[in-house]
Write a protein of this length. Structure first.
Lengths: 478, 259
């Protein structure tokens, strides 16, 4: 899948995804595993709901005073010997990172997993400019070999089966014995480990994201399960962190509260294998750490979101729970959404990042079942925000003209109950006739969408309101 | 069983457009259950639809117009009850949002919201009613429709009542709370995704071995019944109110007519 799919072609992407047997079996496993894990992990922590409330309150407070906490964070990073670079957009962030790499004479870059680096398409840019860039998260490494993008925010290669990964390794690690066994996941992780170890040691610059930024200390928090984040930030001479502005929290204590719900929501773990707090570059007596520490604070549309009705989405901690729980994501996977983020969070964020005119099908692609909101640790009202985007798409006439015409006609009739009832009587008797003795229709006029995969039950005949009034009149006459 | 003035509790039955047009028998079952629970039931003729198709399509102007029409038809009742979690959820949670800036209707929308209930939750939580007089010889399974479950907390109430139906055996689905793929206009906008979702639901239903699937929302039931029928499965689909009211003589949803 070297060509990036677009959000506007969501329907076509979805059809392709539904026909992909490997993808379907990978998604089925994700859905089943996350459904089974959740009650176990939340059940073991009776205060889970209270922790959610606390995390929501922390984030709401921070967003209300974002300027204050970002400046406090900057002051503390600078005091620790680091450099903060404020970047308004993707191009600004890319140029800043490239300049840091050039200034330090870097040739090789090791990268930790970072969704915001996907947002600004960092890898392609650095590679085009002559740098060697290697993803060090196992999932991201696999995707880099396959020239694919992450399909889930915490399980980037969840769309792949292990057999596909084995093939990818054989295709790319051609210097290794072609007859080596790669059946077990442990064979593959061992192989990746050996390959990546060389890269960690060779990297001049390490680039990571950050799960949180702590204002009172100027620290960054990075959580991983592989320890690659730590090797990426401590081994190279220069560490560059890229983080969007909403990642800041006021205090260490707040970060701990958020950490308690993050891993539980993301992977069903109580805590990730590695949780690293790092502040600035290596100090004189430190045994390890980077000599230079740069922090890219990226806006990329956040300030605009902060002002408007989509503000709640800035609470997102990128746990991916909404994706794992969403039945639409579960049917088509993350790539079908086209943007950087798939699933419910993508349906809300992508229109903000790419523009609603290029992403309007995404907020439409929800049955509003509410599973995403139910599992979101930050209680982001995702269906409500998708509906807000639908309001915008409708008022800008972005959705299909036929859909809008049908809706307008229906709404016009629905505001004229007598006419509506007369029309309904005619339609119902036709449908009942078409249903015949069988009681359901395999095809019906104007119902191709429905009958593509299911029969249309025939109506019983007559309307309830008509029949009720008739029966009450009959009772009154008695 | 009376309201503040001493008269019987007056319930406005909001049938919902699907029950009104597709399955009047669910409306009659609803009325029978409400009357059995001591309510005085009326069905205002001016009711049409709750407005969700417009609301969820981003057409707030038309949704608000339909909401005002519904409020006009129903706000004189002590309670408004619908045999649907989806439509009851619309009145209860979304009308106040939709009409928040409408000086003439904002307060009325909030009042209507406060007295609107999904049928089964109303019977159990408001009326404390459990006087089931129904028999059903067979196995059923139960699908938790999304809006009722997640917007209104309808989960235990239908199971409490079904437990008392003489002869009925409930076999739970593996994933009763996963969406069936109906989602209002979602199912025709994205028929293939919806089709995949209802296929998963159908697999789950068939695996229980139950003869009948029940739910509290006709939209989901038509979706599920349609897929069961397309696959040639023998499992029937009915609204839970039909079983609780003992009104199961007629054909199941999308089922063959006997005459």
């Amino acid at each position: 899948m070297t060509t990036q799919q677009t959000s506007l072609e969501f329907s076509r992407n979805a059809d392709r995804a539904l026909a992909d047997a490997d993808l379907q079996s990978a998604l089925e496993k994700l859905q089943r595993d996350s459904r089974l894990a959740r009650p176990v992990i939340t059940g073991r922590l009776p205060e889970f709901e209270a922790l959610r409330d606390r995390a929501v309150a922390i984030k709401n407070h921070t967003l209300a005073h974002l300027d204050h906490y970002l400046e406090q964070f900057e002051t503390n990073v600078t005091e620790a010997g680091g450099h903060v670079h404020w970047c308004n957009d993707d191009a600004g962030a890319r140029d800043t990172i490239l300049q840091i790499c050039r200034d330090t004479g870097a040739r090789a870059v090791g990268k930790g997993k970072s969704m915001v680096s996907e947002e600004i398409h960092l890898n392609d840019f650095l590679i085009e400019n002559g740098l060697e860039v290697v993803e060090t998260d196992l999932g991201e490494y696999i995707l880099q070999l396959r020239e694919e993008t992450p399909s889930h925010v915490v399980m980037p290669a969840i769309h792949l089966k292990k057999e596909q990964i084995a093939t990818t390794f054989r295709d790319h690690h051609t210097e290794l014995d072609p007859a080596r066994p790669l059946d077990a996941p442990s064979d593959m992780t061992e192989e990746a480990r050996i390959k990546l170890r060389e890269k960690f040691l060779a990297a001049d610059v390490g680039i990571t994201g950050a799960n949180m930024l702590i204002a009172e200390t100027g620290s960054i928090v990075v959580v991983t399960n592989e320890g690659n984040g730590d090797l990426t930030q401590t081994l190279p001479r220069v560490h560059i962190v890229i983080a969007a502005i909403e990642k800041v929290v006021p205090r260490v204590d707040d970060a701990l509260s958020v950490l308690r719900i993050l891993a539980r929501s993301a992977t069903g773990q109580e805590i990730t294998c590695y949780t690293t707090f790092a502040t600035g570059p290596k100090r004189p007596n430190d045994l390890d750490g980077p000599e230079e520490f740069h922090l890219i604070l990226l806006d990329n549309g956040r300030t605009k979101l902060l002002e408007g009705e989509f503000r709640d989405v800035l609470r997102c901690i990128r746990c991916g729970a909404c994706q794992s729980a969403c039945p639409v994501y579960g049917a088509v996977g993350g790539h079908a959404y086209g943007g950087v983020y798939g699933g419910p969070i993508g349906a809300v964020l992508t229109p903000a990042l790419d523009g609603i005119e290029d992403a309007w099908p995404l907020p439409e692609a929800s049955s509003f079942c509410g599973s995403c909101e139910a599992v979101c640790p930050m209680r982001i009202p995702l269906p409500g925000l998708m509906r807000r985007w639908r309001d915008v798409a409708h008022s800008e006439k972005l959705n299909k003209a036929g859909t809008r015409r049908g809706l307008t006609l229906w709404a016009w009739a629905a505001q004229r109950p007598k006419l509506y009832r007369t029309g309904a009587r005619i339609v119902l008797s036709v449908l009942r006739g078409l249903g015949g003795r069988r009681g359901s229709l395999r095809r019906a006029p104007l119902a191709g969408g429905w009958t593509a995969s299911r029969d249309l039950p025939a109506p019983e005949g007559g309307t309830f309101v008509d029949q009720w009034q008739k029966s009450r009149r009959a009772q009154a006459r008695k | 069983m009376t309201n503040a003035t001493g008269a019987a509790t007056r319930v406005g039955l909001f049938a919902t457009c699907l029950v009104d047009l597709y399955r009047p028998s669910v409306g009659f079952a609803t009325a029978q259950l409400l009357e059995a629970a001591g309510c005085d039931v009326d069905v205002p003729a001016a009711q049409v639809c709750c407005g969700q198709p417009a609301y969820n399509a981003g057409d707030r102007a038309n949704a608000a117009a339909i909401a005002r029409q519904t409020i006009n038809a129903f706000d004189g009742f002590d309670y408004i009850v619908a045999p649907s979690g989806s439509c009851a959820g619309m009145l209860r949670h979304h009308y106040p949002d939709l009409l928040a800036d409408d000086a003439a209707y904002a307060a009325r929308a909030r009042a209507v919201a406060d007295k609107t209930w999904e049928l089964i939750a109303f019977l159990v939580d408001v009326r404390g009613w459990a006087d089931i007089d129904a028999r059903w010889h067979g196995t059923v399974t139960y699908h938790d429709a999304c809006s009722g479950l997640r917007e209104l907390g309808v989960k235990d109430q239908p199971r409490q009542l079904l437990e008392q139906v003489d002869g009925l055996e409930l076999r739970e689905l593996d994933a009763p709370d996963v969406c069936c793929g109906f989602g209002g206009t979602f199912c025709v906008k994205y028929p293939d995704i919806s089709g995949a979702m209802v296929d998963n639901k159908t697999d789950d239903i068939v695996q229980t071995g139950a003869g009948t699937v029940l739910a509290g929302d006709l939209g989901c039931l038509m979706n599920i019944a349609g897929r069961l029928s397309r696959r040639g499965e023998t499992v029937e689909a009915r609204h839970v109110a039909e079983v609780l009211a003992g009104m199961t003589d007629g054909p199941a949803i999308g089922g063959a007519r006997s005459s």
